[in-house]
Ligand binder design. Structure first.
Ligand SMILES: Cc1ncc(COP(=O)(O)O)c(C=O)c1O
Length: 375
């Protein structure tokens, strides 16, 4: 059987930049959750996305957690949150003993509906924060969402775990809100094996996050603690991988964009297949290429996933919305369309292999297998 085609696998630079930085860490014996690579990775990422400060952490989830803590989200607080996402967006709301309220998607971006957000503010006028996700690397209507949050004086956190390098009106996702977070988990557009980054223009808060993330250890000769801390800092080895990966981020975005357009071209005669739309004024990073099938299509998402799996090719459904998850069933969900958009996308969507290591021939194979189902 041919070798497996992945949804999105780690792709280190041909130049082996990552190994150079990791070797430096070994040579200087900075095998620790601090060191030159950590400091430089923070600076280099901040400079890439054009934000003032960044804190390198052990995961994107830790970054969301720290953003919420920095906003003093606590028991009794309400946090509005995109429903169409991975559970890691919401879990930190629960870590802080706060209450999520899920917001439905809209068709143009698949992301948080500004109309549903307005409606949520009518029902809950004083949420503590709003978390918006840029799904699969496609920017949400972030300026409109930011304007709504500003009008209500509520801080915005951008979960840009999947959208590093994507822009809205030329500005990087993750830099519109008070805080933005990125993930370097193994399947992301650049990876460090695992890791995350919190970005903000607020230097004092970022300093505070670095403090909490290193066990809230006070400046003293002995171990002195006045607050509860976390062991959330990124290691200097991991940060070395990140520095190397950052050098090929633009290239990966180009490759992912090519994959998206190859699929688009490949499926152009199949009327039942639609690609995730590219919203106006945005440049997605195309982390994953995602299709939806028309409701009356004889081919269903499961048929595609099974046909691909038979050929040792990975694909998966669109995220199951958070308001449909058993663990979050008790929380409110705000929608403006009778049939929730997020549920519809979940039922009709398939994430196609979007691995930057795929050859053109492999992409054609994937297209061929899917097209055959429509014969
Ligand atoms: C939308 C979204 N939010 C948060 C995360 C969590 O990031 P991490 O795995 O780095 O904790 C991920 C990915 O894993 C994600 O896709």
């Amino acid at each position: 059987m041919e070798s497996r085609i992945f949804l999105a696998s780690p792709h280190m630079s041909d130049e082996k930049y990552e190994q150079k930085y990791v070797k430096e860490a070994f040579d200087t014996n900075w095998i620790a959750p601090l060191g030159e690579n950590v400091n430089k990775f923070e600076e280099e990422l901040a400079s890439y996305v054009r934000t003032k400060n960044a804190a390198a952490l052990s995961a994107g989830t830790a970054a969301i957690h720290m953003a919420l803590k920095a906003l003093d989200v606590k028991k009794g607080d309400i946090v509005f949150c995109s429903t169409l996402t991975f559970s890691a967006t919401v879990n930190p709301v629960i870590y802080q003993n706060a209450t999520p309220v899920f917001i439905d998607s809209e068709r143009e971006t698949w992301n948080m509906s500004p109309k549903a957000l307005e409606k949520a503010f009518e029902k809950y006028p004083n949420p503590k924060a709003v978390i918006v996700v840029h799904l699969y690397g496609t920017p949400a209507k972030i300026e409109e969402i930011k304007r709504i949050c500003d009008n209500h004086n509520v801080p915005l956190v951008e979960d840009a775990a999947e959208s590093l390098g994507a822009t809205y009106n030329g500005k990087q996702t993750g830099t519109f809100g008070k805080y933005g977070i990125f993930s370097f988990n193994g399947n992301k557009i650049i990876t460090t094996s695992g890791g995350g980054m919190l970005v903000s223009d607020d230097e004092e808060r970022i300093q505070k996050v670095r403090f909490w993330a290193t066990q809230a250890r006070e400046k003293a000769r002995h171990y002195e603690h006045k607050e509860i801390g976390y062991n959330y800092r990124m290691s200097n080895i991991v940060a070395g991988i990140g520095r190397g990966q950052l050098k090929v981020l633009d290239k990966r975005i180009e490759q992912k964009t090519d994959i998206y357009y190859n699929y688009k071209e490949g499926f152009k005669e199949i009327k039942d297949i639609e690609m995730q739309p590219i919203p106006e004024n945005t440049k997605p990073n195309h982390w994953l290429s995602v299709i939806t099938l028309k409701e009356d299509s004889k081919v269903k998402p499961l048929d595609i996933m099974e046909a691909l799996e038979k050929e040792n090719i990975e694909s998966r459904p669109v995220w199951k919305p958070m308001h449909m998850q058993p663990v979050f069933k008790d929380y409110d969900f705000i929608k403006v369309e009778e049939k929730p958009v997020s549920e519809d996308l979940f039922l009709r969507g398939v994430c196609l292999p979007s691995d930057t290591k795929m050859t053109k021939e492999e992409q054609e194979r994937v297209i061929g297998i899917i097209k055959k189902l429509f014969d």
